[in-house]
Design a protein around this ligand. Structure first.
Ligand SMILES: [Zn+2]
Ligand SMILES: [Zn+2]
Length: 243
């Protein structure tokens, strides 16, 4: 019995070694060979495709707008409650692949790339003194043991030298995934979903919220609400914004 467990272990290790040898020099997104020295984890084609950012974005919500504008119509009519949201790029093609692949399991190379993108995004607001960085909380009951936003935020906290604040902003109920819902349903879905365990700690603090995708902004706005109510100023960064 013990012998068969040992053989199984050796076999699994062998498979792992073969996988590493075969895929080590392949792009983690498109599986093209990595041929250039500067290509780390993903190829330059994927990297260029991800970096294609809108020429001009709204100063508040980060939406793509025409060059002569500073604020989008939506923010003018109905300003978001947070101060500013920034995304690294647009939620399409390779960046969407990267986000979806990072969501469900630990993937160190893609995590490293995401961190790089978040840091680049953060550099546009790095003159602001942040007191806490907070990950957008995941459903506790979600059938997914890996909380990628939390893992990313933990690393960002160290790299950006901002204190990580966890277990304060929490999700109090299980909600339907936001993707595929209309704006009205998204709002209703997240009504009363987030609360602070210790609002006093947040009072007068400047907060950096972290999430992966900004679609209609409902999640960021709903997370910002209890923070702002407690007296905080809120900024948010995400990897991708829908067009
Ligand atoms: Zn590639
Ligand atoms: Zn806007």
């Amino acid at each position: 019995m013990r012998q068969s467990i040992k053989i199984k272990k050796i076999f699994l290790e062998l498979i792992h070694l073969i996988k590493i040898t075969l895929f080590e020099n392949k792009c983690k997104l498109c599986e093209n060979d990595l041929v250039f020295k500067e290509e780390k984890h993903i190829c330059s084609d994927c990297s260029i495709s991800i970096k294609k950012k809108p020429l001009n974005t709204c100063n508040q919500c980060g939406k793509s707008i025409s060059r002569n504008l500073e604020i989008c119509g939506e923010c003018l009519v109905n300003p978001p409650i947070y101060i500013k949201h920034l995304s690294y790029s647009t939620y399409e093609n390779r960046l969407r692949d990267l986000i979806l692949r990072s969501k469900y399991r630990e993937n160190e190379p893609l995590k490293a790339i995401s961190i790089q993108y978040y840091i680049e995004t953060f550099s546009k607001i790095n003159t602001i003194k942040f007191d806490y960085v907070i990950p957008v909380p995941m459903d506790k009951g979600r059938d997914r043991e890996y909380d990628h936003i939390f893992e990313i935020t933990k690393i960002l906290s160290k790299k950006l030298n901002i204190e990580l604040e966890i277990n304060n902003l929490v999700k109090t109920k299980q909600t339907e995934p936001q993707a595929g819902l209309t704006m009205a349903k998204r709002l209703k879905n997240l009504n009363g979903a987030f609360k602070l365990n210790n609002p006093e700690k947040i009072k007068s603090k400047t907060i950096l919220l972290v999430d992966d995708v900004y679609t209609t902004g409902t999640t960021i706005k709903k997370c910002s609400a209890p923070l702002i109510k407690a007296g905080a100023s809120v900024y948010a960064i995400t990897l991708a914004r829908s067009i």
